[in-house]
Structures are given as structure tokens and as C-alpha cells.
Design a protein around this ligand. Structure first.
Ligand code: ZN
Length: 137
């Protein structure tokens, strides 16, 4: 078991890591969730803006600026991010043990060029126990 504490915990992963996770615990944090994913829930506050994503993909927004815009957005919404406040796209609390997913490789996440890592560090600050790609941070 990854977490022994009773403190609410949350996991960040890519789609390849969640095949054995009950679908009810899987959430997308992507602007465009791949059509082949059976996931219907998202966590809207953790999704980057479409504008920033496209600018980053087109090379007109640096990874540093993308990260800065994204973490500023989270900083402005800090009261809505703790375990007793974070809501999914249905307006339900995101449960302890949930997996929040994007498509980036572990390598990209390890290099901190993926927003799941940026979100993970912010959620850790507001009271979640957090894992990224199977490692507690
Ligand atoms: Zn990512």
C-alpha cells in the first residue's frame, strides 16, 4: 500500500498506469481527454486553459510561462483545492485515493514539463498526501 496514513491521498499518473484502478476513481485533468479513455469525470480546476495548451504546443508559450500561468491559476484557487473542497466536474468531492491523469510520459513528468507534476506540488501544500507516477512526493 502506497499510503499508510489516514490523511486524504491523491495520485497523479498517466493513462498507462491506471489500468487496474476502478474507473470511478479515475479523473482526467486534460483539456482534451483522449477519446479512447472511458473516463467521464474531470477535475475542472486542475485543467489548463485551452489557450495556454495550444500556445505551448505551437511553441509560442515557453514551458516556464505555461507553468507560471498554470500555478498562478491554482494559487488564485487555493481554498478550493484541499481534500474537503476539491470538486469534480459533477460537483462532487474528489475522493481520497483518486487518480488524476494526463497523457504525458513519465520522462516528461520527471523533467517537470507536465502539468500533473505542477498540480501535484500545489495539492501537497494544501493538505493532500500526494503520489506522482507511484512515488510519494
Ligand atoms: Zn501532462
Amino acid at each position: 500500500m502506497l499510503f499508510e496514513s489516514q490523511q486524504p491521498h491523491i495520485n497523479f499518473a498517466n493513462w498507462g498506469q491506471i489500468r487496474k484502478v476502478p474507473p470511478a476513481l479515475v479523473y482526467s485533468i486534460m483539456v482534451f481527454t483522449p477519446k479512447w479513455q472511458p473516463v467521464t469525470q474531470t477535475v475542472p480546476l486542475l485543467i489548463p486553459t485551452q489557450e495556454d495548451l495550444l500556445a505551448f504546443q505551437q511553441g509560442t508559450l515557453s514551458v516556464e510561462q505555461y507553468r507560471s500561468n498554470y500555478t498562478n491559476h491554482l494559487a488564485h484557487n487555493l481554498p478550493s483545492l484541499p481534500p474537503d473542497a476539491l470538486l469534480d466536474s459533477r460537483g462532487l468531492l474528489v475522493p481520497s485515493g483518486a487518480y488524476l491523469c494526463c497523457s504525458c510520459s513519465k520522462e516528461k513528468a520527471f523533467e517537470s514539463k507536465c502539468h500533473r507534476v505542477w498540480a501535484a506540488h500545489v495539492l501537497k501544500e494544501v493538505g493532500w498526501l500526494v503520489s506522482v507516477d507511484g512515488e510519494v512526493i
